[in-house]
Design a protein around this ligand. Structure first.
Ligand code: 8Y7
Length: 277
């Protein structure tokens, strides 16, 4: 069922973490290879992910892979709006829109999305005001630099403290603009301007983000940190991603963003059962 973000779903410590299934509708998506471009194919994949246990479908029309180029707003709208409409019309699932553009946020919410997932943490002109007006949930993600160049030379004195401070500051900006605290999720942004060591430090210290009391979301599935550690190609990283998801869930992370919904759902069932024992 679509999740109710105002009912404390995220913070009782015993409910299972929710799964956000990734639905890329970009021709250049590195892990889906653009296979889900047509709305009918995208809808079929969304159906499958819901059946596998996804509570949220994250629809993205602009690739944010390292080195990716920005996409014109018209193209992004054309990719995501029909897909969101089709999912909203048929599936009992929450829909998030992966975008940084206020115009896309508005169109996506009008089409049925209830969550804005912004890898730029609402940095674009008008983005904070847009989310405040729309009254939707927002995921604020940390990134150092921009996708074009972020993996060139990521640098921190203390990655956990700096990422926490950034997110705290963005949360403050949101609160100031009238976005209610219960509508805010935070995400340290694995792989976004981070070396392997930075990513590992964040993964080992997710409890510090959880300690803010805000629901924490993480996206690690298929990312290059898993490839660095296992030597495996993107589509062979499910087991590694699931291990990371369980490490995150054990620290109290509430939402796992993944391409591999079915095995992640199975793994989380074990974790949740043990946590409740
Ligand atoms: C994340 C994300 C991506 C993430 C959130 C990929 C859109 C790269 N990663 N959103 N988006 N967190 N909130 O590998 O980690 O899926 S795109």
């Amino acid at each position: 069922m679509a999740c109710d973000f105002s009912s404390g779903d995220f913070d009782d410590g015993f409910s299972a973490p929710q799964i956000m299934g990734v639905l890329n509708v970009t021709p250049d998506s590195f892990s889906d290879g653009g296979h889900f471009l047509a709305p009918t194919l995208a809808l079929a994949r969304a159906r499958e992910m819901v059946a596998e246990g996804a509570a949220i479908i994250d629809v993205g029309g602009e690739s944010s892979r390292p080195g990716a180029k920005p996409v014109p707003v018209e193209d992004e709208l054309e990719r995501v709006v029909p897909v969101i409409q089709a999912i909203a019309a048929e599936l009992p699932v929450s829909i998030s829109i992966d975008t940084s553009k206020p115009t896309v946020m508005r169109a996506a919410v009008a089409a049925g999305a209830t969550i804005v997932n912004d890898i730029q943490a609402l940095a674009a002109e008008g983005a904070v005001e847009t989310v405040s007006e729309l009254g939707v949930v927002v995921c604020l993600m940390h990134m150092q630099g921009a996708p074009e160049s972020m993996q060139q030379a990521p640098h921190y004195e203390d990655v956990v403290t700096e990422v926490s401070a950034f997110l705290e500051q963005r949360v403050a900006v949101c609160l100031q603009a009238g976005i209610p605290r219960q509508n805010i999720l935070i995400d340290p942004g694995f792989g976004f301007g981070k070396s392997l060591d930075h990513n590992l430090a964040l993964l080992a210290n997710l409890n510090r983000f959880v300690a803010t009391g805000l629901p924490v979301l993480v996206g690690i599935s298929r990312k290059s940190m898993l490839g660095s550690l296992t030597g495996r190609a993107a589509e062979e990283r499910a087991a590694a991603g699931i291990a990371a998801a369980i490490l995150a869930a054990e620290q109290g992370v509430r939402i796992i963003r993944t391409h591999d919904v079915a095995p992640t759902a199975d793994a989380l069932k074990i974790q949740t059962a043990v946590r409740r024992t």
